[in-house]
Design a protein around this ligand. Structure first.
Ligand code: ACO
Length: 331
């Protein structure tokens, strides 16, 4: 037995305002039919002005702490690529709002893979006894950075957040995170990007909106998530047949179905909530977990693989046996 990070609580939150495909079709050259058949999305949640990623992260974090039955953790790690401000990180503000001022808090940026990267970071800090408990949050508000006139991105993304509490335990108990795989390829930096606003492009006319080369990214997403799941499975000694539920980043329902085919795992064993929330970036995996847990799709002792792919390019996976916890999430 070894010291390991164990999932002890799960919470998620989406802002109340719902934007349907028909509402977008009234503003953009698109249709409910195109969006549903090309992406699998029916609707998404969007923040109102004045609500930021930090608010979503706080709501999800509060619910994860409730689910874990605790008010205290040693550390807060927030995965986001839509921080409240370019500087400083958003995690300290979230920690303070949760009554946790004083604990370590920092952001992790790996776009749609952010939650897996944040889990790996937190698991490493627990494994080396830097912390005994960590609140890991994934939260994004891509509605604040997508070009309102860009039909190729605006229809895909939604705002949302999810979080888990990790506690030190042993690597054989349910909830222990195992078999991490992380990867990146910076040659694809331009495929998923906000070019301006950082230190590289400071010219006044630089494009400050989020841009994605969707079709090029599609094939990469399928290949990288499938390969990464296989690597995680090998590391924990499972086969595809052993897996009860794959919980992938909700990029596009066609990507999820293609991954399932590639892995030889029936599509019923792939968690899907993209129809109701869209692509919520770093919030995507914990939101899908909370959705599956509250609907009874995810049961204690189920063998689960989490996998993500996103900007960077980045990808990553981890595996666990699902613990007996009650998720805090009102769809
Ligand atoms: N409504 C109607 N037509 C549209 C829309 C729309 N909303 N969006 C694009 N189209 C058109 C295009 O203009 C194009 O028209 P053309 O043939 O006349 O040029 C046609 O539809 C096909 O465009 P594609 O981009 O090839 O459409 P595709 O089927 O690939 O769907 C999508 C686009 C949904 C973005 C898809 O490519 C996708 O999901 N890509 C992967 C996204 C992903 O995994 N991202 C990684 C994670 S995200 C992150 O890290 C932030």
């Amino acid at each position: 037995m070894g010291r390991s990070a164990v999932v002890a609580g799960l919470g998620a939150w989406t802002p109340p305002r719902v934007v349907t495909n028909d509402m977008l079709a009234a503003e953009l050259d698109t249709s409910d039919e195109w969006i549903r058949t090309r992406t699998g999305i029916d609707r998404r949640h969007v923040v109102d002005p004045g609500t930021s990623t930090g608010h979503l992260a706080t709501e999800a974090g509060r619910r994860a702490l409730e689910s874990a039955g605790t008010a205290r953790v040693d550390l807060v790690v927030l995965a986001t690529s839509t921080p409240d401000r370019p500087c400083p990180a958003t995690a300290p503000v979230v920690a303070a709002r949760l009554g946790l001022a004083g604990v370590g808090a920092f952001d992790v940026a790996a776009v749609c893979t952010g939650f897996v990267y944040a889990l790996a970071t937190a698991a490493g800090l627990i494994g080396t006894s830097v912390a005994d408990s960590v609140l890991v949050i994934g939260a994004d508000t891509f509605s604040t950075i997508t070009d309102p006139a860009d039909r190729t991105t605006r229809v895909v993304f939604g705002d949302g957040a999810g979080a888990v509490v990790l506690r030190a335990g042993d690597d054989e108990q349910p909830g222990a995170l195992r078999g991490f795989d992380l990867g990146s390829d910076g040659n694809g930096v331009d495929l998923i990007t906000v070019a301006a606003g950082g230190s590289e492009h400071r010219e006044a006319d630089a494009d400050g909106w989020f841009r994605m080369a969707g079709a090029q990214v599609f094939a990469q997403a399928v290949r990288r998530m499938s390969e990464s799941v296989r690597t995680s499975l090998t590391r924990v000694g499972w086969t595809g047949d052993d897996v009860d539920l794959v919980v992938p980043h909700q990029a596009n329902v066609r990507i999820l179905d293609a991954c399932a085919r590639d892995l030889g795992i029936p599509t019923e064993r792939v968690a899907k909530n993209i129809d109701r929330v869209g692509n919520t970036v770093a919030g995507s995996i914990p939101l899908a977990l909370a959705d599956a847990a509250t609907r009874g799709v995810l049961k204690p002792d189920a063998r689960v693989v989490l996998t993500g792919f996103g900007g960077g390019l980045t990808w990553g996976s981890t595996a666990l046996t699902w613990p007996d916890i009650t998720a805090a999430y009102d769809d």
